[in-house]
Ligand binder design. Structure first.
Ligand code: 5GP
Length: 132
């Protein structure tokens, strides 16, 4: 069963509750930032709303655009704290795009030591663990 079909709390909710381990770097009243367990870039963070009411960014944009704007602001703050001047913010949307956790989240990807690979959707580690 995928997370899309499940009525169980998402993996991110379980981390937030302390039920499973996870490195939470930052919290606000409405959102939190996790370090991704399988990084695709030197810095790979996940920006997640506390609510799991929205499965993807299209639902969030329609249902609570202020919360989406807050996630973008939290992404900027977390990126700066991680030493990133620039970063890539990605919302995988749907199974076909590689979304695996259906609790909306943004990926913050970057490299404090260098610049991003323009040809890649990740930051210097294209394709790792996805299609090989
Ligand atoms: P998606 O594929 O849905 O866009 O992104 C889900 C992300 O969650 C993946 O990058 C994956 O590595 C990350 N992830 C899945 N399970 C865990 C976990 O238990 N802990 C952390 N920190 N990240 C996870």
């Amino acid at each position: 069963m995928t997370e899309r079909e499940s009525t169980e709390p998402s993996v991110f909710t379980r981390i937030l509750r302390g039920e499973i381990p996870g490195e939470i770097l930052l919290q606000t009243d409405d959102a939190f930032v996790l370090r991704d367990i399988a990084p695709k870039a030197p810095v790979h963070l996940l920006v997640v709303p506390r609510t799991d009411a929205y499965r993807d960014v299209t639902e969030l944009a329609a249902g609570d655009p202020r919360l989406l704007a807050h996630l973008v602001e939290v992404a900027r703050t977390a990126a700066a704290q991680a030493g990133l001047d620039s970063f890539r913010l990605i919302f995988n949307t749907g199974l076909g795009a590689g979304q695996t956790v259906f609790h909306v989240h943004g990926h913050v990807l970057g490299d404090p030591a260098g610049s991003l690979d323009e040809d890649s959707m990740t930051a210097g580690m294209p394709g790792e663990g996805r299609d090989s």
